[in-house]
Design a protein around this ligand. Structure first.
Ligand code: UD1
Length: 420
């Protein structure tokens, strides 16, 4: 198994290009199931999760040509509607094929994803939405079996909790349903907006894009013809590199970013004393030798993203006062705390709130990655820890960060991928 070895203390400088957003690419790949014609996706991040979902399309009988950042997909050849356990168990986001498979073929079987390191993560809201659209759902043998032999029917879906994946599944299902669907309390993430735009560019009438109430007129099971899609920049990857600059008190430039998508992270880092220069799609951040403590609560977009919580906690370890971080979205998303404390941080947990007390220095140690974003927090801490930090189990990182060690090396970090 690979691990990352980081020798702390190097200042960062220079510029790197931010990759396409994994969390936008995944629903967009799933949405290609709504078409029986070829579609080209560009600016895909070169990460394991993307390869996993493309493999699922291949297993379903789709035709996929993929090289690093470009995929040519033709789901006209699709001849199976069973999303098998072997794939879904590797990546929860595989549940995103539920809506499009059901909408296009009137039936599907999708393995239940189960929980994951950061919490229970149920899919009840996805299933309720499909039922409201007329599907019969049965759970048997670890699979969700969904049927709508005469196609899905438009419906009013009111989410009692904001769900990104649930909104995406419903949007895709609604695009091919008979009649009009309204999603109330929809997620508003940029990834949702890009999915809506892809559907709208294919002729689906959608109102309320980017708002919490979205109305979709379905095509009545007529497959869509998509235009090429260029995946938007990854706001979480960008935020992670901003944190790398902040924790090392460096000046770096990120290219190909959408600054509007990372406002929550920029605002918090500004409050901590970092400064920014924004020039179109480029952002330059300069750190400070006196990082102020931060107080943050994770919430839905445009609020502070849960996917940036662990990285900010790493930065907060270097602040000159006590920071308070509250996690509101996932019940178990503090697994990085004990690992950060192995590096010498002083973080106290009470329920969903973490108090990050100031320490003079972190010290390198062996630490274990527990989930995708927790892993990047450990890498960030390793950048400033004195001596050598080995981050193990980096298969989590490889799921979502495109060439993390390559990009950090370009910026001057001392980081190497080694094998156990
Ligand atoms: C997506 C992101 C993930 C991010 C999360 C929150 C992708 C591939 N992943 O995950 O990186 O951390 O949004 O911004 O885009 N919930 C239910 N029932 C459901 C669905 C969700 O109770 O049927 C709960 C979840 O357990 C969680 C909350 O709703 O507490 C939000 O989850 P959701 O927005 O659905 O997250 P994902 O789409 O899984």
């Amino acid at each position: 198994m690979d691990y990352l070895q980081i020798t702390g203390g190097a200042k960062l400088s220079g510029s790197i290009k931010i990759s396409g957003a994994k969390n936008s690419a995944l629903p967009i790949i799933a949405a290609t199931i709504l078409s029986d014609k070829p579609v080209k996706l560009t600016n895909l991040p070169n990460v394991v999760d993307i390869r996993t979902l493309l493999k699922l399309l291949d297993i379903l009988g789709g035709t996929v040509e993929h090289n690093d950042t470009v995929a040519n997909i033709n789901n006209g050849t699709m001849n199976s509607t069973k999303a098998v356990y072997e794939i879904v168990s590797q990546m929860r986001a595989s549940i995103l094929v539920l809506g499009p498979l059901l909408a296009r073929f009137g039936e599907c079987e999708v393995s239940l994803p189960g929980g994951c390191a950061i919490g229970q993560r149920p899919i009840d809201l996805h299933l309720k939405a499909m039922e409201a659209m007329g599907a019969t759902i049965e759970i048997k043998g670890g699979y969700v079996r969904a049927e709508a032999p005469n196609g899905l029917q438009g419906a009013k879906i009111v989410f009692d909790k904001i769900t990104v994946g649930g909104t995406e599944n419903t949007l895709m299902a609604a695009a091919l349903a008979h009649g009009t669907t309204t999603i109330v309390n929809a997620a508003k993430e940029p990834e949702i907006v890009q999915l809506c735009e892809m559907l709208a560019d294919a002729g689906v009438k959608i109102e309320g894009i980017g708002t919490s109430e979205i109305t979709i007129e379905g095509t009545g099971q007529k497959p869509l013809t998509f235009k090429d899609v260029e995946i938007i920049p990854d706001r979480i990857e960008a935020g992670t590199y901003l944190c790398a600059a902040a924790i090392t008190n460096s000046t770096i430039t990120l290219e190909k970013v959408n600054p509007a998508h990372i406002e929550a992270s920029i605002n918090k880092l500004e409050a901590m004393g970092c400064s920014f220069k924004i020039d179109g799609e480029n952002i330059t951040i300069s750190g400070t030798s006196r990082l102020k403590p931060v107080s943050l609560v994770t919430t839905e977009y445009p609020g502070f993203p849960t996917d940036m919580q662990a990285q900010f906690m790493a930065v907060a370890t270097m602040a000159i006062g006590e920071s308070v971080i509250e996690e509101r979205l996932f019940e178990n998303r503090f697994m990085h705390v004990s690992e950060l404390n192995r590096l010498g941080s002083d973080i106290w947990l009470k329920g969903s709130v973490a108090a990050v007390k100031p320490v003079a220095q972190l010290y390198g140690a062996d630490v274990m990655a527990t989930d995708l974003r927790a892993s990047s927090a450990l890498v960030l801490a390793g950048l400033v820890a004195e001596g050598v930090t080995n981050v193990h189990r980096i298969y989590h990182l490889d799921r979502g960060y495109d060439n993390l060690e390559g990009k950090l090396s370009t910026l001057g970090a001392k980081i190497e991928r080694l094998s156990e």
